[in-house]
Write a protein that binds this ligand. Structure first.
Ligand SMILES: *Cc1c(COP(=O)(O)O)cnc(C)c1O
Length: 414
């Protein structure tokens, strides 16, 4: 695994940026407004000079977190938002205009899917495709296509998009490829590996990791040529084109929509991010062990986990992520088991939504995140009533397996 320097740089970033009194963390700046002793300097910051004026456009604490995530993604810059959804909304709303066309993977986070519906109401055309197959992405192309959007591992199915194929094609077509990297995280692979121009991360998940702060980040990987993007406002087409996209996302996204991250949150997320690689090693190991255990259990009908050899994209996942397969496991229990009774038997797993937490979490998919779409649509999507989504945490491996074992043992199959 060639991830040299990833954690070292995260741990020492603040200190090396120069903090007073030898502090190893950036201080927390709660100030809403930033004052100037020189009026010309005040004007310069308003006119684009790096600096701080009002916390809705960022603080020194959010900037420190942005540097960390930029490092993780090996990018050129990042902008933080109050949540992952705010980051995605800002990206779509600032870069897409009425009459533009977006190609999106159909295997996406439910709330992002809902956002695409809103975009359509506002006059953006959206085509949903099976992004595990690049040919389907290509077939959706139209002259007004501006952006291709995909996640990495799908939630909860764990299908893995053909990121390499899509990235190569987008490069040829000079199309902006945006990856939501939340499920695999930049530690498994930076979105740049797949030629994405922008990477979006929900920091609420594994990067924060402790389930105690919401945040989102948009990172420019530096690969996309923004002079090829029609919807950059004239006023932002100045200086190095590499910064144009992010400037528009920051200016229009944070200023117009206002979903800014608070400094306290940035500090918590920055602390959490320091241990990302350690936590992921353990949660990926736990997820594989649990998936292997459940795969041979007679009370389990199906296990979807990219680390299992029968997974349709097992080979692809191995190539992309060097032998780590994420912390999301999807299982279908035998029809004789009442899913609610089963969940109530669990002692270690927490019955909760959310992903990428230190604690292992489990959710009955059809009755929660896919409830609103109705039984017919669920059947079409292959979501069984007894389907569970498991976000595997960093607990001791045996305790997780033991918990499923004891809960499954309390049922007799007919
Ligand atoms: C959770 C999630 C989001 C949204 O992030 P929030 O911080 O909860 O708003 C976006 N994309 C994916 C893939 C997610 O799992």
């Amino acid at each position: 695994m060639k991830k040299n320097g990833f954690t070292t740089a995260l741990l020492h970033a603040d200190r090396r940026a120069g903090v007073e009194y030898g502090a190893v963390h950036q201080p927390l700046h709660p100030s809403s407004e930033y004052a100037f002793t020189d009026a010309r300097e005040l004007a310069a910051v308003f006119q684009g000079k790096p600096g701080f004026s009002y916390a809705r456009q960022g603080t020194p604490t959010t900037a420190a977190l942005e540097r960390k995530v930029t490092h993780m993604e090996q990018g050129t810059g990042s902008v933080s938002f109050a949540s992952g959804m705010a980051a995605i909304t800002a990206t779509f709303f600032t870069l897409l205009r009425q009459g533009d066309h977006l190609i999106s993977s159909k295997y996406i986070f439910g709330n992002t899917n809902s956002l695409l519906g809103t975009l359509q109401q506002l006059g953006v055309e959206v085509t949903l495709v099976d992004a595990t197959d690049v040919e389907q992405v290509k077939a959706a192309w139209q002259p007004n296509t501006r952006m291709v959007f995909s996640e990495t591992f799908a939630n909860p199915s764990t299908l893995l998009a053909d990121l390499q194929g899509i990235g190569d094609w987008c490069e040829e077509q000079k199309l902006l490829f945006v990856i939501d990297n939340t499920l695999s995280t930049p530690w498994l692979a930076p979105a740049k590996n797949f030629k994405a121009g922008l990477s979006i991360n929900s920091l609420s998940k594994a990067i924060g990791g402790h389930g105690h702060a919401l945040g989102g980040m948009v990172t420019d990987t530096g690969l996309y040529d923004w002079t090829a993007y029609p919807a950059i406002f004239e006023g932002y087409r100045t200086g190095n084109p590499q910064g144009w996209g992010l400037t528009q996302i920051k200016k229009k996204g944070l200023r117009d929509m206002g979903a800014a991250m608070a400094s306290d949150t940035a500090h918590r997320l920055a602390i959490g991010s320091e241990t990302l690689s350690l936590r992921l090693k353990q949660s990926c190991h736990n997820a594989l062990s649990l998936a292997q255990y459940l795969d041979q259990h007679p009370a389990v009908v199906e296990v979807n986990y990219p680390g299992l050899s029968q997974h349709p994209q097992h080979q692809r996942a191995t190539e992309y992520f060097g032998g780590l397969y994420g912390a999301l496991v999807n299982v279908e229990l035998h029809a004789d088991i009442d899913v609610f009774d089963f969940l109530n038997q669990l002692e270690v797993f927490v019955l909760s939504t959310h992903l990428g937490d230190n604690r292992s979490l489990v959710l009955p998919v059809a009755h929660t995140i896919y409830y609103e779409m109705g039984a017919e649509q669920r059947a079409l999507m292959g979501i069984a009533d007894n389907s569970l989504r498991i976000s595997v945490g960093i607990e001791d491996t045996e305790d997780l397996i033991q918990d499923f074992a004891q809960a499954l043992a309390s049922f007799t199959l007919k």
